[in-house]
Design a protein around this ligand. Structure first.
Ligand SMILES: NC(=O)C1=CN([C@@H]2O[C@H](COP(=O)(O)OP(=O)(O)OC[C@H]3O[C@@H](n4cnc5c(N)ncnc54)[C@H](OP(=O)(O)O)[C@@H]3O)[C@@H](O)[C@H]2O)C=CC1
Ligand SMILES: CC(=O)N[C@@H](CCC(=O)OP(=O)(O)O)C(=O)O
Length: 355
């Protein structure tokens, strides 16, 4: 099926135009970087807020082919006319713009506005009115790929929820762990966005690792609960502690939960091998190898490893993602591929850039 679609597109030469708003930020910049290598999606316009009117080359010097594009405003009128619009804006800025875009435009939101299905959870964690939920852009979740095929509105997951969901969903779906999970995840500073913040100054971050959002207060907690409860088919509790580490990009999530009665290392390995056998962007590493953020740098890939801590009776799963690639920009294009009927892997990097 995929091969037939691919050869049809190659023969017709069809391409789609993409407008990226938030293109001067980290997530939008990553979408632009990946578009440069996509055979059927072409970057047709870049948009942002305070930097409208400036050359993209001044703000994103690595995007060499696009240096002369002039940044346009982010309002809906400026974004009309593209086949695909990627919104990479701060939380709360996407919904009003998206509501004014044509229904047949593929709109991919990298922000949180449309991720949560429960309006009460949205109000509690984000503090304003829920804009409604869109199909959730994690095709690897059971049943999700079908919802994304042909969709015209897609909510890209948060970066921590991507790593944690892919780390734990197979064990929960197979009933191998108790539905009470503990997650400690390390993130590079690009996860916090590009706008200046004192705690992200080099002198604060370099040479130090710090925890933040401790005690169940990080807004990715409800997103993880939503995903993991969907995978398990029962409510799952999540204790999540993020940490900031002195690197630019990458997330390493260490997840654990008590083993269910009868579960062991063999059944856990078998469940993960089965769940991810056909997933192009999820790599269960050979036994004994542990994920690193460098091995997925710039790749639309999650690297996973599992172990059983016999003495503690717990399953441990470690996942590495690049927060800007599989954690946002790559996921956005993976979803766009599905929405447009392209092979899901089209134009996306499967390998990292580690030395
Ligand atoms: N960074 C990451 O690892 C991840 C980010 N995301 C999500 O992607 C989105 C963007 O994040 P990120 O790139 O890190 O953020 P940045 O701060 O790096 O970039 C924000 C972008 O949004 C624009 N912008 C700011 N305010 C407004 C506004 N009021 N109206 C329209 N545009 C505005 C900025 O334009 P200008 O510079 O012109 O002001 C800039 O282009 C967020 O929703 C974030 O949660 C999701 C997963 C991972
Ligand atoms: C290091 C750091 O600050 N990370 C961000 C994660 C942001 C992200 O990627 O997720 P959203 O798309 O939901 O914003 C944080 O903890 O809020």
């Amino acid at each position: 099926m995929h091969c037939r679609v691919w050869s049809c597109i190659v023969s017709t030469g069809q391409t789609w135009t993409v407008g990226v708003t938030g293109a001067t930020g980290y997530a939008g910049g990553e979408v632009c970087r990946l578009l440069a290598a996509h055979p059927f999606l072409s970057l047709a316009g870049v948009h942002a807020n305070s930097s409208a009117g400036r050359r993209l080359g001044e703000l994103q010097p690595h995007l060499l082919p696009y240096a002369d594009l002039v940044v346009q405003p982010s309002d809906a009128a400026s974004l009309a006319g593209y086949d695909v619009v990627v919104l990479a804006l701060p939380h709360g800025e996407s919904a009003a713009i998206a509501a004014q875009l044509p229904e047949d435009t593929v709109v991919i939101d990298c922000g949180a506005d449309h991720r949560l299905t429960d309006p009460a959870a949205w109000a509690r964690w984000y503090g304003n009115e829920h804009a409604g939920s869109w199909p959730y852009g994690l095709p690897e979740l059971p049943g999700q790929r079908e919802k994304l095929a042909g969709a015209r509105r897609i909510a890209v997951p948060g970066c921590y929820p991507t790593s944690v969901t892919l780390a734990l969903a197979p064990a929960l779906a197979a009933g191998l762990i108790e539905p009470e999970v503990v997650v400690v995840a390390a993130s590079g500073t690009s996860g916090a966005g590009k706008s200046a913040k004192p705690h992200l100054l080099g002198s604060e971050v370099m040479g130090s690792v710090s925890a933040y959002g401790v005690g169940g207060v990080h807004r990715h907690t409800p997103e993880m609960i939503q995903n993991l409860s969907q995978a398990a088919g029962i409510p799952v509790s999540v204790s999540f502690t993020p940490t900031l580490v002195p690197m630019s990009r990458g997330i390493l999530a260490t997840c654990s939960a008590k083993l269910a009665p009868g579960a062991d290392a063999g059944s856990a390995r078998a469940a993960y091998e089965k769940a991810y056998a056909d997933e192009p962007f999820v790599h269960l590493l050979p036994e004994g190898q542990w994920p690193t953020t460098s091995q997925v740098l710039g790749a639309n890939t999650v690297a996973l490893q599992i172990a059983v801590d016999q003495a503690a009776g717990r399953l441990i799963v470690v996942a590495a993602v690049d927060n800007l690639t599989k954690g946002t920009g790559g996921a956005a294009l993976q979803c766009a591929n599905l929405a447009l009927g392209l092979p899901e892997t089209t134009g996306l990097p499967l390998v990292g850039v580690a030395p």
